[in-house]
Write a protein that binds this ligand. Structure first.
Ligand code: C5P
Length: 240
């Protein structure tokens, strides 16, 4: 089974349009200091080969493809991801219990058993958007319900906003992983993220892993930016 060791807690999002700049950045990072997230854009362009190259360099890779399909198709895709050697991957909780359970069972039989987490509600969806697709209640109500379903269906954790971490930490079993994007160091620009927390606040709220993109990838010195976030994290956690 893949490591749930918290350190490194920071997962750097490789949001690049091609493998070249992603690999250039990775050359300046260190697998002892961060994990890496490969999302839909770069995966669609650079594919499994990039994932294998990152793993060969010693990085844990979170394959963020948010699978959502019939159970058999999702389970097969999860198995393919496991064969690539990824550390973590994700599915949409709204794909339902059967889809999550089937994926879980398939991964349990895989050699490396990657961590499997679920997306509850996309943070881009407000109450009006949810109503339109037939989800009654507030985003928080839906996050809570879907996180419960994800837990019951054998997921290792969920991807959530740091603003939801405290609520889910109280609701969910110990050891259930909370993976949170929307994190910004104290002095960083927010970009298009609206509801952000600092790394220390997110950890104090119960987050286990922090997904950080532009504050590292767009920094003039990415390694120094990463080191600063790590230092901020330690200081804030010790302060509390
Ligand atoms: O650059 P930034 O730190 O905003 O990148 C955050 C990463 O986390 C991006 O890859 C983005 O797609 C992802 N993400 C997010 N909010 C969510 C889910 C994923 O920002 N609710």
């Amino acid at each position: 089974m893949r490591s749930t060791e918290p350190d490194p807690r920071i997962i750097v999002a490789l949001d690049f349009p091609s493998a070249g700049p992603a690999l250039e950045l990775v050359e300046r990072l260190d697998p002892g200091l961060c994990r890496l997230k490969v999302g839909k854009e770069i995966f669609t362009r650079a594919g499994p080969e990039l994932v294998e190259r990152l793993s060969d360099k010693g990085f844990d890779v979170f394959l963020d493809l948010k699978f959502h399909d019939i159970p058999n198709t999702v389970a097969a895709a999860c198995e393919a991801a496991a064969d690539l050697g990824v550390w973590m991957l994700n599915v949409h909780a709204s794909g339902g219990r059967k889809m999550m359970q089937t994926a879980r069972e398939r991964l349990d039989r895989s050699q490396h058993r990657p961590l499997l987490v679920a997306v509850t509600v996309l943070t881009s969806l407000g109450e009006g958007d949810l109503g339109e697709i037939g989800f009654a209640g507030t985003p928080a109500d839906n996050v809570r319900r879907l996180a419960g379903l994800a837990e019951d269906s054998g997921m290792d954790g969920v991807v959530c906003s740091p603003r939801e971490a405290r609520m889910l930490r109280a609701d969910c079993r110990e050891g259930f992983l909370l993976v949170t994007p929307g994190v910004r160091p104290r002095d960083a620009a927010k970009g298009d993220q609206k509801r952000v927390m600092t790394p220390g606040e997110a950890i104090q709220a119960g987050s286990n892993f922090l997904v950080v993109g532009r504050p590292v990838t767009a920094a003039p010195d990415p390694l120094q930016a990463l080191e600063r976030i790590r230092a901020e994290l330690v200081l804030d956690t010790v302060d509390s």
